[in-house]
Design a protein around this ligand. Structure first.
Ligand code: ISL
Ligand code: CA
Length: 544
């Protein structure tokens, strides 16, 4: 009925934390190959591979120094080719991470660009200081602080929306786009089935004028979702993507529904779907900097807006930048297993392509670290340093880091309860959560009450149901604690009931129980703490 990328489930791999094969403590490509059967068993049909290209790893691979070769930490190009082949044998497609807003400052283009006479000068965005010696404008970046760094060699500043080791490419130079097309063709020819496009709605800077006053990310209005950005996406689609059987999902930062529609409605011929952030920020103020109380009705309102506003959604609750969902919207203490299953029920009964992040399928939780010294994330470090400058006390800084650090999602995959968690026999590059002793893949694989088994059931259910994949979405009811929504196709309707609280709540509704995270067989109109139930109804039939 739909496209293959609408039918399949995506599994995201963050390579350095997935499976180490040689004992150096870093996950690698041979490690991924050795786990393809587990990915297949889950029911996923696409892998999104976070960056494996050569990189000095200032931002763990999102700072690329060579788009055409594999980081030796992860293996070789021959390993990568074997991964494509082994995945294909299992009918698993692979999409690559396309990071083209910026490169590493160690990329050859940037190294040459530092010479004002070089033909590569215009590959990046260079400007001289203001007359008073201050940076060219007042913009502040995603990782805090000015977006400009002075390069002593050339006496000018270069622009970087992210870390200073991630200089932004200049999309006013047509040569840059030609380079991008070549990179895309290279990977598509190798066997990639598409791309996840990193921060793809901020690549085109219309002007470099000062930005309006705002608490963070000043200057945004000059580069977010600009007309020039749309033109680039259409050109990449026409010149490259349309010539392959592939799809794109754009990571679109601070995007609203109107902008998202322009980026991914089918007739626009730009992206196929986008990752937005709204639904993960209903319990955060000022984007994600201050916590606020979670209310199920706020989450349902946001989901409804996007479910009904876009033709097709990218459905995700976790990735390598977000805290673990069971520690965020779930309850990782008393109701760990049950709330992890509730979140799976939510994700797989929405309309769109589901993306499962490694470890999500076993209910992995946020890290259990107790100090900054255990962290690796460049964003956490930069934010901590900035907060320190603002005289924010250490305990308050730590409270924020613990809640929001990206390292929450980056602790190594918990395959077994052994030391090293089955991830490595060496010293892991980032600390393993001590809860791996009881929370791990091996324990869950043969337990049909486990989170893992529930994910498998949900994925199979979705695969077998046109209504779950393509049915329309209607909100039914919600309050602070619970939500209910329906998916309808023809005569068939599924109703999802979710209780996001530790209380028992009443929610009268008829229908036959299709699946429940508590295992109940008949629904009595009452939801237990963190209970999730999917009811099946037949329109015009007895059930309603
Ligand atoms: O991670 C965030 C929230 O914690 C965002 O600010 C994030 O930086 C933004 O979503 C962009 O993310 C992507 O590009 C970054 C990279 O660090 C992230 O890992 C990547 O997903 C720069 O390439
Ligand atoms: Ca390794």
């Amino acid at each position: 009925m739909g496209q293959w990328w609408q039918e399949r489930v995506v599994y995201q791999i963050y390579p350095r934390s997935f499976q180490d094969s040689n004992g150096d403590g870093i996950g690698d490509i041979p490690g991924i190959i050795s786990r393809l059967d587990e990915i297949k068993a889950l029911g996923a049909g696409i892998i999104w591979l976070s960056p494996v290209y050569c990189s000095p790893d200032a931002d763990n691979g999102y700072d690329i120094s060579d788009y055409y070769s594999i980081n030796p930490k992860f293996g070789t190009m021959a390993d990568m080719e074997q991964l494509f082949a082994e995945a294909q044998t299992r009918d698993i497609k692979i999409i690559m991470d396309l990071v083209i807003n910026h490169t590493s400052d160690e990329h050859a283009w940037f190294q040459q660009s530092r010479d004002p006479q070089s033909p590569y000068r215009d590959y990046y965005i260079w400007r001289s200081a203001k007359p008073d010696g201050s940076p060219p404008n007042n913009w502040t970046g995603f990782f805090m602080g000015s977006t400009w760094t002075l390069d002593e060699t050339s006496g000018e500043y270069y622009l970087h929306l992210f870390d200073q080791k991630q200089p932004d490419l200049n999309y006013h130079n047509p040569k840059v786009l030609e380079e991008v097309k070549a990179i895309m063709r290279f990977w598509l020819d190798k066997g990639a089935a598409g791309f996840r496009c990193d921060v793809i709605n901020v690549i085109y800077k219309t002007t470099l004028d000062d930005g309006q006053k705002r608490p963070a990310i000043r200057g945004l209005e000059h580069y977010k979702s600009q007309e020039g950005n749309h033109a680039i996406l259409r050109e990449l689609r026409r010149d490259v993507l349309d010539h392959y059987d592939c799809f794109t999902v754009g990571e679109t930062v601070m995007v609203d529904l109107q902008e998202a529609r322009l980026l991914c409605e089918p007739e626009r011929k730009e992206l196929d779907m986008v990752f937005y952030f709204d639904h993960l920020e209903v319990d955060r103020r000022i984007a994600r900097y201050l916590p606020k109380r979670f209310k199920a009705k706020n989450l349902l309102a946001v989901l409804t807006k996007w479910q009904q506003g876009l033709t097709w959604n990218a459905l995700y609750l976790e990735n390598h930048d977000q805290p673990r969902i069971v520690s965020h919207y779930g309850n990782d203490r008393q109701y760990l297993t049950r709330s992890a299953k509730l979140l799976a029920t939510l994700q797989f009964t929405l309309r769109g392509t589901p993306f499962v992040y490694q470890g999500q399928e076993i209910g992995m939780t946020n890290f259990d670290y107790h100090s900054m010294a255990q962290l690796n994330d460049v964003e956490s470090k930069n934010v901590d340093a900035l907060m320190k400058k603002m005289h924010i006390p250490r305990w308050l800084r730590w409270r924020w880091i613990r809640m929001a650090s990206r390292d929450n999602a980056r602790t190594p995959m918990q395959w077994t309860g052994a030391e090293g968690a089955g991830f490595t026999i060496g010293v892991p590059w980032l600390g393993i959560n001590r809860n791996h002793k009881h929370l791990n893949y091996a324990e869950q694989a043969d337990d049909n009450r486990s989170v893992l088994s529930y994910y498998k059931r949900m994925i199979a259910l979705r695969a077998g149901s046109e209504t779950l994949r393509y049915g329309s979405f209607e909100p039914i009811a919600a309050d602070n604690r619970m939500m209910a929504f329906a998916r309808t196709l023809g005569e068939e309707r599924f109703v999802t009931l979710l209780n996001f609280s530790t209380a028992t709540v009443n929610a009268p509704m008829a229908g036959e129980v299709l699946i429940a995270n508590t295992g109940i067989q008949t629904y009595q109109g009452r939801l237990e703490p963190y209970e999730a139930i999917v009811l099946r109804q037949t329109i015009g039939g007895d059930a309603i």
